[in-house]
Ligand binder design. Structure first.
Ligand code: 5GP
Length: 210
């Protein structure tokens, strides 16, 4: 069996990251989505255990003490974290997390391959338009999100891949290509190659033809 890959996908809010990830998950059964824990309140339509595990600050801090998180961070004044349980026992996992979590996982992961992708807007003007018209949050929250978005975009050069989400289908195609290419890397395919080598050895012993 090939070793697992953790795909970190980050973006400034309003970049269309969630729709891209959902499309990817629908078409690729080998991918699992890591459901984060958060202390933020659910937005309209969000379901506990589906979009996030919504928990209290006390519960979250208890989990920190128990070392239950692979990474966690404070984003927009709320805690967000990836529990170790979400990534264990799965092959390829998508982590929709921010740059702080990406940084921690890149430094700490030793057993799994980590591939990080940052989704960028075509321009900051376009991002401003998307965040403002989405309008699910209060004006102060929108302002804070814009400032954070500018800061997050500055961290994007630390990622392995950058995707510009100007046209959804093209961005999805690029994301899909990254996942396919990463799965073909020699270090991921080594178990398949080793199996072939075993076959070659047996063939040589039994027929002496190779
Ligand atoms: P939102 O509240 O809009 O769902 O997410 C806010 C930000 O938190 C996004 O940038 C999202 O990627 C990030 N985020 C969500 N889950 C996690 C997590 O488990 N860890 C970290 N570090 N960031 C997360």
């Amino acid at each position: 069996m090939q070793p697992p890959i953790l795909y970190i996908i980050s973006a400034a809010s309003g970049t269309g990251k969630t729709s891209l990830i959902q499309a990817l998950l629908r078409e690729d059964p080998r991918l699992t989505f890591s459901i984060s824990h958060t202390t933020r309140k659910p937005r309209d339509g969000e379901k506990d255990g589906v979009d996030y595990h919504f928990v209290s600050i006390k519960q979250f801090e208890q989990m920190i003490q128990e070392e239950a998180f692979l990474e966690y961070a404070n984003v927009f004044g709320n805690y967000y974290g990836t529990s170790k349980q979400q990534v264990e026992n799965h092959r390829d996992v998508i982590l929709e997390i921010d740059w702080q979590g990406a940084d921690r996982i890149r430094r700490s992961e030793q057993n799994r391959s980590v591939v990080s992708v940052f989704i960028l807007p075509p321009s900051f003007t376009e991002l401003k338009k998307r965040i403002t018209t989405r309008n699910k949050d209060h004006p102060e929250v929108i302002q804070k999100r814009l400032e954070t978005a500018a800061f997050e975009i500055r961290q994007a050069n630390y990622y392995d891949y950058l995707i510009i989400n100007d046209h959804f289908d093209m961005a999805l195609q690029e994301l899909r290509s990254i996942i396919q290419a990463e799965r073909c890397k020699t270090k991921i395919q080594l178990p398949v190659w080793s199996k072939l080598m075993g076959e070659l050895t047996r063939e040589k012993e039994s027929h002496e033809i190779l």
